[in-house]
Design a protein around this ligand. Sequence first.
Ligand SMILES: NC(=O)c1ccc[n+]([C@@H]2O[C@H](COP(=O)([O-])OP(=O)(O)OC[C@H]3O[C@@H](n4cnc5c(N)ncnc54)[C@H](OP(=O)(O)O)[C@@H]3O)[C@@H](O)[C@H]2O)c1
Length: 206
Amino acid sequence: MTIAIVGTGSVGMALGRGWSRAGHSIIYGTRDPDGMSAREALAKTEGAALETPAEAARGADVVVLAVPWKAVQAVLLDLGDLGGRVIIDAANPIGPGITHALETSGGERTAGWAQNGRVVKAFNTTGWENMLDADYGTHRPAMFIAGDDDEAKATVADLAETLGFEPVDAGPLHRSRELEHLATLWVSQAVQQGRGRGFAFAVLRR
Ligand SMILES: NC(=O)c1ccc[n+]([C@@H]2O[C@H](COP(=O)([O-])OP(=O)(O)OC[C@H]3O[C@@H](n4cnc5c(N)ncnc54)[C@H](OP(=O)(O)O)[C@@H]3O)[C@@H](O)[C@H]2O)c1
């Protein structure tokens, strides 16, 4: 599968490196191909290409939004018609004091801006270090996935499993808000509670 990753920062690079190791083709969409993060992403991702965000999306089956929340609307405007592609929204609208910054969910806002894209909220509830290395021994970290299109969610679940996560269907896209709250919980645990970044949420059963 060809995956466009818009944003060459921590999350974009972690996902790109993992999926390229699993045999997917990665095209990073960047604002600045000569920038430090774009050059680092290219160097660390086997076989990856660098394009503008719009060119990267055009050549891909799946598009990942790995940009700051405040950039999502402009990025989607620039991408234009998404031709029914699966759009993974990893962005977290985090406000002051590690709170949810919106009255609705970022995932639903993203879906409103994504022209003809099938938006799935995922890869937002855990730190990028876990996306780079999800190995916790006996338990797989959970990857919560919310969206309105079952086929798109199945694609994203496969991509999560490829990286070592247990995909967890969190329901329709309006559940994005809960995933975004889970992200604020993860960040507050890591930062305010002093737990550090080497932990993940998992689902236990009996
Ligand atoms: N950090 C985490 O552990 C984590 C975990 C889960 C979710 N998230 C979410 O994932 C998203 C990306 O996080 P990140 O930590 O990867 O961020 P980051 O390291 O700051 O990277 C974001 C990338 O987005 C691109 N970008 C496009 N428009 C931008 C703009 N207006 N301002 C700044 N950068 C812009 C840049 O890549 P180019 O220069 O190549 O264009 C930049 O490197 C955020 O929405 C965050 O909330 C983060």
